[in-house]
Ligand binder design. Structure first.
Ligand code: MD3
Ligand code: FE
Length: 203
């Protein structure tokens, strides 16, 4: 079932389905407390992806830059805690992919609707770039773009469906990546929506 994309990146098809109902319930509880919002980039543009966080730290963006912060800037409250099902999934997927000590302290939740895209970028706001990121896809399918270490390197197109988990570590960790605009679609549990959970060790 493991699909190796390159050194350090492996797709675990359907890995999140074992926890499907607990994950969906946890997403609903988190977003009731810390709703999805379209953050501002440092350049002053509103992001097409709507985001929120769970865990001791959450990834935020505003005109001053990108950072991990312990509180939701909209409410002034701490981000909701990482639910047990989130922690179990991230720890199990990382261990399965060869990162046995990985324990996340941040989960970024991204919400996509038809037409939403995420342009090519690198994730480098975490303290230890030797640690992996574990991502889980829920809802309608998406095409993930997986490039190289330079923005202009050729990209692989990787279809990701409900329940798929990817572990990005080692040499894959600093590769450029993004998501193509979502096609109109429907998922029985989430409607016209894709939610991606990405588990990180920020601090
Ligand atoms: C590959 N999100 O939030 S998660 C992001 O589907 C982000 O919402 C995408 O990229 C999404 O930053 C993809 C998978 C992911 C996360 C981090 C990576 C892939 C990565 C870091 C390096 C290489
Ligand atoms: Fe990313």
């Amino acid at each position: 079932r493991d699909e190796r994309l390159c050194d350090g990146a492996v797709v675990l098809r359907g890995f999140a389905l074992a926890e499907e109902s607990a994950l969906l319930q946890a997403v609903a509880a988190i977003t009731a407390q810390a709703p999805f919002r379209h953050q501002l980039t440092p350049g002053g543009l509103r992001m097409s992806v709507a985001m929120t966080n769970a865990g001791p730290l959450g990834w935020t963006s505003d005109r001053r830059g990108y950072r991990y912060a312990p509180r939701d800037p909209d409410s002034g409250e701490p981000w909701p805690p990482l639910p047990p099902a989130f922690m179990r999934l991230a720890v199990a997927a990382a261990a399965h992919a060869g990162f046995p000590g990985f324990v996340p302290d941040a989960c970024l939740l991204n919400r996509y609707e038809p037409g939403t895209r995420l342009s090519l970028h690198q994730d480098r706001d975490e303290r230890d770039l030797g640690l992996p990121i574990v991502s889980a896809s829920l809802g309608i399918p998406a095409v993930f773009l997986f490039g190289g270490l330079q923005r202009t390197d050729p990209v692989q197109r990787v279809p990701l469906a409900h329940g798929d988990v990817v572990v990005w570590g080692g040499a894959a960790r600093l590769r450029f990546h993004g998501v193509l605009p979502l096609k109109p679609n429907h998922h029985p549990a989430l409607g016209e929506c894709r939610i991606n959970l990405s588990f990180r060790r920020a601090d």
